[in-house]
Design a protein around this ligand. Sequence first.
Ligand code: DOR
Ligand code: ZN
Length: 374
Amino acid sequence: MSDTVITLPKWYDLHAHFRQDELLAPLVEAHLAMGCAGVVAMPNTRPPVAKVFDEDPGEEISVTAYRDQLFAAANDQLDEIIVPLYLTQATTPGMIERGARSGLLRACKYYPPHGTTGSEFAQHFEAFMGNGVFAAMQDNGVVLCIHGEEHGLSGEDYFGRKDNAEERFYRQRMPRLRERFPDLRVVAEHLTSKLGVDFVRQAGEGVAASVTPQHLIYTVGDLLQNFKYHLYCLPLVKFDEDRAALREAVLDPDNRQFFAGTDSAPHTAKITPCGCAAGCFTGGIAPQLYAEAFELAGADLDQQQGVDALRRFLVENGAGFYGLPVSDDTFRLIRRPTSVTPLSTSAGEITPLPLGIGPGCPEGRGELAWSLEL
Ligand code: DOR
Ligand code: ZN
């Protein structure tokens, strides 16, 4: 039997981390190698991307400068780069208005303070509810990318059988946000829980969600068994019923709200003196992993219906939500095993997720079921 080949327009990774300095070029290259036409590049650099224009006051990186660096690293091979502004104590409605009017500010990112990698510059969610920032975003059509986890919880509230940080956020904060700013366009980033999925589905078209490969493939047991720390990302992978809700949402023939956002988050030092850095690296291999995830979810990628679901998720829905054109260029997914290798950079080696998680660790799962060709 010949290998199944799926030809798709180049896709947008609507949530990825490219870091800075010497990491930027190899990370952008890994995204180009997996058929990306564009990216939403997250702003949790050091210092953060927390002002819009270079000439604005402060030592932060500007959206314009970071975007220019990314375009340069891509040799202009990326068609679209959206850099969300990191929301901090210093963010003002005026910054949002001016940025939006210039056309450069398309999105802002809310991080839970001290809740994840690089979130120490963040400000409490409620501050933006009342200080005019969310209002200015709504008025100017700027998308709010939300890391939806309640911060500052005790361990037992953070992750328990009945409740966890993400569920608390979607139960308590999101309904109020929707009520107060019904026209604010929101992306529930890297969604992991059934409660979050249900919220997004009932919220309708102004709310969308990015979904990572790992949250479609794994559950918390995969992380905990032998503590496969390369699967440690935030929000944490959750339970079977949560993964089932995500799988059902992405396979739904009417899905317009759920799209690909890898949250590819490279770390050259995963293990730190005080624990483990959160983030799974899937640069170079995400469409292959998504294809595998869709098959695990029950999609038949030999049939048009299955391919259509993958195309909506990977290519169409995110582009539609952000108003980006679907690319004229294509790439191919081929059902043919391919090996995964670590990414070598001058700042150190980065382990792609499946290498760190297989039963044969330290080699890990070094093979993927799908290959990708440009
Ligand atoms: O796992 C994660 N890694 N979650 C985040 O929110 C940030 C990211 C990173 O930048 O490493
Ligand atoms: Zn992220």
